[in-house]
Design a binder for this molecule. Structure first.
Ligand SMILES: CCCCCCCC/C=C\C/C=C/C(=O)SCCNC(=O)CCNC(=O)[C@H](O)C(C)(C)COP(=O)(O)OP(=O)(O)OC[C@H]1O[C@@H](n2cnc3c(N)ncnc32)[C@H](O)[C@@H]1OP(=O)(O)O
Length: 701
């Protein structure tokens, strides 16, 4: 709703009230409309100020209303009524003015912003365009190039940038509402025609056509077309075009997926564990000093992420040469980040040492040493002896047993996994892996620390590979099997990249290094050299592809060695190698189409996701989707693997898995898992009802 009061004698003050972000729900739109009418009809009122309660102007349209039947007064005529008003209307922007919120402000005659506010039109990130006049007013106000940039990227700008662009008229360090009220008094009675953005001519820009053509190639076509309408058509016709384009986007699968993902990223913060620990009943402990042990690539990235979050960091590396290199590399990373942000690097928050003892006073320790259980076991025993008894001891392992590491310490309830993704200073995802004995406070502390570092933290139970790598294993395995059966790395990657992955599975393996997985498979007793005959392709009673191991035996470790699944120099080796391999094992190559590549790679990964849900390793499908979009390059516009399964239809996913399982009975993971089958049997409920279905023996199924 919106509250109406009269202040300073003649200013009508309209306050949007819809916590937490004053989204423009039906009730708020109704409230604004009524308040505007009241203000315009009140003889005593000479000018109007619109603001939001609790220091936040407006987070835009209420995204939860999308996809439902629209109720309440529409936004566009409401904004028109404000713009057409004969009394000056001033927007007092604090906190955020985003999407419909900024469009509302653009309908006002003046905009005053607090210096800490952020403004933007992020609709494109939700698969939409700013259809409350944003595509028509913003280009008229700030010109086509700047408006196109904001509308097609969804980037937010600071108040200072908004002032420079001409979006706002004034920026203040004081209370923006008080300043706006004074301003409103000062403009009483002044002519308003030039202040109505819809009546402005779009400023001329050189070579508009090539600007639009270039933008079309890069970005969302609908946004570009709408802004082109602003530049070439009268306002009213531009608005018709904006509406028509929005109608094509509104119900699209992409928009649904992006809106689902907006909420999924936030839902993962409301974590819970099967043991009953929960986000709302567990208090995080403050972490001021963190120690990072091991300054290889991951350790350096973690050090930077912690320092950038404002923590004091003790960076420990026992090898002198590595320590010197790390110190230089970390300084370089901080400097580059500061240049990108236009700030200066914060000095003095990192101290370096070659002694473990330096970690003794840290509130929390994250080890990022070599991925080897013996090395980590020893380190955890040492840390337990050296560190404060209440220090949280965390491992950045990507797959080793957190419970086992906890058992090496005196305080296993303070041991956790904090699984970062490379590059750790940039990637948004953090898997917080709790063990059987991890305390709720420990989980809450690591989750909070992730948030402080600007990450999306997902609470995950301890199992081999946790959630992300456990699913990845099945995906990689299918990709190898497809090569055995006749596919090529190029063909598999093409299918996945056309689906939306930034990189196909083989290109991604080449980038991250084939030797990493090889080492893990050797430790698991899977990679064995010299095997011939049928036993070469079977391990632990199941089909196994040694292709990745064989490549490593040929010193093809990916980009780091100049060769992997791809040849980075003229070299037909790989195709010959595959032909010989297939001939040796009596495998008849066949033509494998894109559909089979996608179904086998993606559905097997989704099936493992359902198994992870059934095993209660994560609390809900949103956790898996956040992990895959933010950590594994799953295309955001497809919502994540579990949302994709919901869109494809659970019955189809199960049927296709069953089909491939019949063709490959030696691959048990192709068989639809129990939860997937139960969901299908219960009529395939929508994704937001899966949590209830997972709830275990008391499930609704
Ligand atoms: C047939 C065609 C017909 C078409 C007719 C349609 C006409 C459409 C007209 C207009 C188009 C306008 C579209 C839009 O405005 S789309 C929305 C654009 N806005 C955004 O994308 C902003 C999203 N929000 C944020 O970026 C942030 O929330 C923030 C910066 C405002 C605040 O950040 P922070 O303090 O970190 O809080 P949280 O992000 O954690 O959010 C708190 C809480 O609030 C929920 N929430 C946030 N924004 C919205 C919103 N716009 N609608 C609904 N809910 C919102 C958020 O989900 C959190 O709640 P939780 O999930 O329960 O935790």
């Amino acid at each position: 709703m919106a509250q109406y009061t009269r202040v300073s004698g003649s200013v009508g003050l309209i306050t949007l009230q819809n916590p937490p972000v004053n989204a423009l729900s039906a009730a708020v739109r109704l409230g604004i409309g009524e308040a505007v009418q009241r203000a315009l009809g009140d003889q005593e009122v000479q000018s109007v100020v619109i603001c939001g309660q609790n220091g936040l102007f407006c987070g835009g349209a209420d995204i939860r209303e999308f996809g439902k039947e629209m109720t309440g007064p529409p936004l566009v005529p409401m904004i028109h009524a404000i713009e057409a008003a004969t009394k000056p209307v001033v927007a007092a922007i604090e906190g955020s003015a985003l999407g419909g919120g900024l469009e509302l402000a653009l309908g006002c005659h003046y905009r005053i912003s607090h210096c800490k506010a952020r403004l933007g039109l992020p609709e494109v990130t939700l698969g939409l365009l700013p259809a409350a006049g944003g595509t028509q007013r913003l280009p008229r106000l700030i010109g086509v190039p700047a408006a196109l940039n904001l509308i097609t990227t969804g980037h937010h700008v600071t108040a200072a940038e908004a002032l420079q662009l001409g979006i706002v008229d004034q920026v203040t360090e004081h209370n923006a509402v008080d300043v706006a009220v004074k301003f409103a008094l000062s403009v009483t009675g002044k002519p308003l025609h030039d202040r109505r953005v819809s009546s402005l001519e779009c400023p001329a820009a050189p070579d508009l056509d090539s600007l639009f053509e270039e933008a079309m190639l890069k970005v969302r076509v609908a946004c570009v077309q709408a802004v082109r309408a602003a530049a070439t058509l009268p306002y009213a016709r531009g608005m018709e075009r904006e509406k028509a384009l929005m109608a094509t986007l509104f119900g699209s699968g992409q928009a649904r997926a992006l809106q689902y993902f907006f909420f999924a990223q936030r839902a993962v913060g409301r974590w819970s564990t099967p043991g009953g620990a929960r986000w709302d009943t567990s208090q995080p402990r403050p972490v001021r000093t963190a120690a990072v042990i091991g300054l290889g690539t991951m350790g350096r990235g973690i050090t930077v992420a912690l320092a950038q979050a404002g923590l004091s960091v003790v960076a420990v590396e026992t090898q002198a040469k590595q320590l010197t290199e790390a110190r230089k590399a970390v300084a370089g990373m901080l400097k580059r980040a500061a240049v990108r942000r236009g700030t200066t690097p914060e000095p003095g928050s990192i101290t370096y040492s070659d002694q473990l003892q330096a970690a003794a006073r840290a509130d929390l320790v994250i080890e990022a040493v070599f991925e080897d259980m013996e090395v980590k076991e020893t380190l955890f025993r040492q840390l337990s002896a050296v560190c404060r008894p209440d220090a949280l001891l965390c491992t950045n392992t990507s797959s080793l047993d957190v419970d086992h590491l906890a058992s090496q310490t005196r305080h296993p309830h303070l041991v956790l996994g904090m699984h970062f993704f490379a590059p750790a200073q940039a990637m948004k995802l953090l898997e917080v892996v709790y063990g059987a004995r991890s305390s709720p406070t420990a989980v809450a502390t690591a989750m909070q620390l992730g948030k402080t570092m600007g990450k999306v933290s997902v609470a995950v139970g301890n199992c081999r590979g946790f959630a992300g790598n456990r699913m990845l294993k099945r995906y990689l395995e299918q990709a190898f099997f497809l090569l055995e059966e006749g596919a090529t790395p190029e063909g598999v990657d093409r299918a996945l990249e056309e689906f939306g992955f930034a990189m196909g599975v083989f290109r991604m393996s080449d980038l991250s290094g084939l030797d990493v997985g090889w080492r893990v498979r050797k430790a698991e007793g899977l990679a064995q050299s010299g095997l011939t005959g049928p036993s070469a392709r079977v391990r632990q009673g199941r089909r196994y592809s040694p292709l990745g191991d064989l490549l490593c035996e040929h010193q093809r470790f990916g980009q780091k060695s100049g060769r992997g699944w791809y040849q980075y120099e003229p070299d037909p080796w790989l195709h010959r190698f595959l032909e010989e391999y297939r001939a040796r094992h009596g495998l008849l190559p066949r033509r494998i189409d894109q559909q089979e590549v996608l179904e086998r790679c993606l559905f097997v990964l989704i099936n493992e996701g359902f198994q992870i849900l059934e095993d209660r390793i994560v609390a809900g499908p949103e956790d898996i989707d956040a992990i895959y979009v933010l950590g594994y390059g799953w295309p955001r516009h497809r919502g994540g693997p579990m949302f994709y399964a919901h869109m494809v239809g659970l019955e189809r996913v199960a049927q296709r898995l069953e089909h491939y399982h019949q063709a490959h009975p030696e691959v048990p993971y192709l068989q639809p898992c129990g939860l997937l089958r139960r969901l299908v049997a219960s009529g395939s409920p929508p994704i937001h009802r899966w949590r209830r279905a997972i709830a275990g023996p008391h499930s609704q199924l």
